[in-house]
Unconditional design. Structure first.
Length: 167
């Protein structure tokens, strides 16, 4: 089992950094594109490009419905799409049989692939930054998990999730 920590990047070029034992192992960097869409690349710490994240904007009236797409080198495209049905918004996850077990947009959840649990995640918020503590249970799927949690980071930011302080 490997523990990874996702946090907001400390420089202007890195959107997210992924740390293992305090050292950067992956990072997400923004690429300049059109204002209606954004593109990010996922890199290993040595600069090797592992995949691409695209965020497309779509609106229905006053409701912003983001569409996030992840394409990793060795996997099919994964998407998280916010949609509106019967005046309610919902998210749909597609690709690589990935799903979340537990509360969607909650503090604790598991990532599953098919019926197999591949990671567990704990989310905290410090000031306006989300920190994802990820226990990777299947190390051969680490890149897939890193890419997927990066997508989830964009969803948490978009929804501006707040957690109740239990004290």
């Amino acid at each position: 089992m490997k523990e990874l920590t996702f946090q907001k990047g400390n420089g202007t070029e890195k959107k997210y950094q992924v740390l293992a034992d305090g050292k950067e192992v992956y990072y997400v960097s923004e690429v300049l594109t059109l204002p209606t869409r954004k593109r990010y690349y996922l890199y290993q710490s040595d600069g090797k490009k592992l995949g691409e994240i695209k965020r497309k904007r779509y609106s229905m009236g006053y409701v912003d419905l983001p569409r996030l797409f992840l394409k990793l080198n060795a996997y099919n495209e994964i998407s998280i799409v916010k949609d509106m049905q019967n005046f309610r918004t919902s998210y749909e996850i597609k690709g690589e049989k990935l799903a979340l077990a537990g509360a969607f947009l909650g503090e604790n959840f598991d990532i599953t692939r098919g019926n197999e649990k591949i990671a567990s995640v704990k989310v905290t918020k410090e000031q306006d930054n989300y920190i994802f503590a990820v226990n990777v249970l299947k190390e051969n799927l680490e890149v897939l998990i890193v890419g997927f949690v990066s997508l989830l980071g964009f969803v948490y930011e978009h929804e501006n999730i707040t957690f109740d302080k239990a004290e």
